[in-house]
Design a protein around this ligand. Structure first.
Ligand code: SAH
Length: 216
């Protein structure tokens, strides 16, 4: 990642954010390091830049949001990513979560259904030299068969049910993290034990923008 656009002021604010996340229960060294490294202010709407290191979600273009740092941290921590595992992200959005993942793995695929967000994040990744194997403009419900199976799949929008195609694209031993529910979502991790056997565990309530059908 190219850190030329970072600044001392923001570095200081990020350190405080990391301390806050530790207090809230994030204990993965790798995840805390990634939060400490990635300049969230570069993924924010310019008018909200002063809020970059508050632990809150904020609006971005196209009526979407940049996820709350705690949510990004907990989803990433629950995936238990081993160095350079193959990861598929659904909902590129601002690209912040993608940037966090890129610190943990150089094998990332990310899908976005909104063309403006897809284009903007593509530009930003190139400017910041964030390495993504492939950025896909499409409906994340379908996953991306071309590079499957994945060790980790992360869905960053609220789904009403488990997308079957995503389960099929998990490797044996692979993990899917997905917020499930209509108005409020329950953070759910599904681990693929065998071809037909999946183990499910839940981790509390969150609020996400909805996972939508088709592209736009
Ligand atoms: N990871 C993002 C979160 C963005 S909010 C970030 O940190 O900024 C969720 C994103 O999911 C939005 O950008 C939305 O457009 C996208 N999305 C919703 N439904 C989708 C789908 N079916 N396929 C791909 N992306 C989807």
């Amino acid at each position: 990642m190219n850190l030329n656009f970072d600044s001392t002021k923001y570095k200081g604010q990020r350190k405080l954010l990391v301390e806050k996340l530790v207090k809230k229960g994030i204990d993965s060294k790798e995840v805390l390091n990634a939060i400490n490294i990635v300049p969230r202010h570069l993924f924010m709407d310019k008018t909200l830049i002063d809020h970059s290191y508050e632990d809150k979600a904020y609006p971005i273009k196209s009526n979407q949001t940049i996820s709350q740092p705690f949510t990004v941290a907990i989803q990433t921590q629950l995936l238990n990513i081993k160095k350079n595992e193959k990861i598929l992200e659904i909902g590129t959005g601002s690209g912040y979560q993608t940037a966090i993942l890129s610190v943990l793995s150089n094998n990332i695929y990310t899908i976005e259904r909104n063309h403006d967000l897809y284009k903007n994040s593509k530009k930003l990744f190139s400017k910041l030299n964030i390495r993504v194997r492939k950025q896909i403009y499409g409906d994340g419900h379908l996953g991306y068969l071309g590079a499957s199976p994945y060790d980790c799949i992360i869905v960053t929008a609220g789904a009403n049910e488990l997308p079957k195609k995503l389960l099929q694209q998990l490797s044996i031993g692979g993990r899917l993290i997905i917020p499930l529910g209509h108005k409020i979502q329950v953070m759910t991790r599904v681990e693929r034990i065998s071809d037909t056997n999946f183990k499910k565990k839940t981790f509390g309530e969150f609020k996400f923008v909805p996972l939508l059908r088709d592209i736009n």
